[in-house]
Design a protein around this ligand. Sequence first.
Ligand code: GDP
Ligand code: MG
Length: 312
Amino acid sequence: MASQLSREWAGIKQFPSATQTKLLELLGKLKQENVTTLTILVMGKGGVGKSSTVNSIIGERVAAVSAFQSEGLRPIMCSRTLAGFTLNIIDTPGLVEGGYVNEHALEIIKRFLLNKTIDILLYVDRLDAYRVDNLDRQVVKAITDSFGKRIWQRGLVVLTHAQLSPPDGLNYDDFFTKRSEALLKVIRLGARIKKQEFQDSAIPVVLIENSGRCHTNESGEKILPNGIAWIPNLVEIITDVVSNGSKAIVVDQKLIEGPNPNERGKFLIPFIIAFQYFFVVKRIQGAIRDDLSKETKPLWELRDMGLAKRKF
Ligand code: GDP
Ligand code: MG
């Protein structure tokens, strides 16, 4: 369905030729691995730059960007094709309203995604935010409860507003490291990913700058303060994640309506408890009873039970 509606990716021609060459090279690499369609889901809180990021990647203004207004409730999918390759990007409304996760918005997103396959999740936040809080954790938990923990194996953390001067005299790299660590910790907690699992498949954190005032290099490519051309860098990391051996997330009826995908094994709990009761607790009780019956009781105990004569 998506491919019927998708248009030629004309926006790529807006990019400087150095960026175009790199992007074509990356798409060629994906095609070699038999990946001809890439569906990217963009999620995060409101106002963090999700829609701007979609526009930056596509190179066209396809999603409405607003500094003040709250976004509509419906996600939008933008599809573009280029040389036999289809790129789908799904922009979603912010997941937070009035200090809580907006379950209604989440429900609409899930229904929108029905029968689609998510290849990549871009979890967007701002680089220039100095704190993480319980709300961030709730947003991550809501995403994890909807699509399963596995979605983070296909996830990238994208930090917008990357052209900044860090506060408190921190240098740029130290600030970036601190911000990434804090966010990754919240993601690990919200998604209930064990430390070990997390280290095995670390989620990449990618910096981007959507502003029209983003600095450029001599080839005209938009660059970060550390000189990296961020569009090819983002697409390169996306292709790395696609090739990391994990599976894409197929959003079917079962995933949407079934139990929380992270709690599927929970129906086994009563059986495990029953097993423990009959095979562990009962055996231990039996062994204790045996021991007690074999035990020679001390005189005072027999006396208390009336089995020995009292000496006065
Ligand atoms: P969304 O609500 O997450 O979709 O966020 P938007 O894309 O609508 O962006 C919210 C505001 O932040 C808009 O005024 C954007 O112009 C601005 N914005 C988004 N990304 C960046 C960025 O990387 N740098 C700067 N300076 N502004 C940005
Ligand atoms: Mg938006």
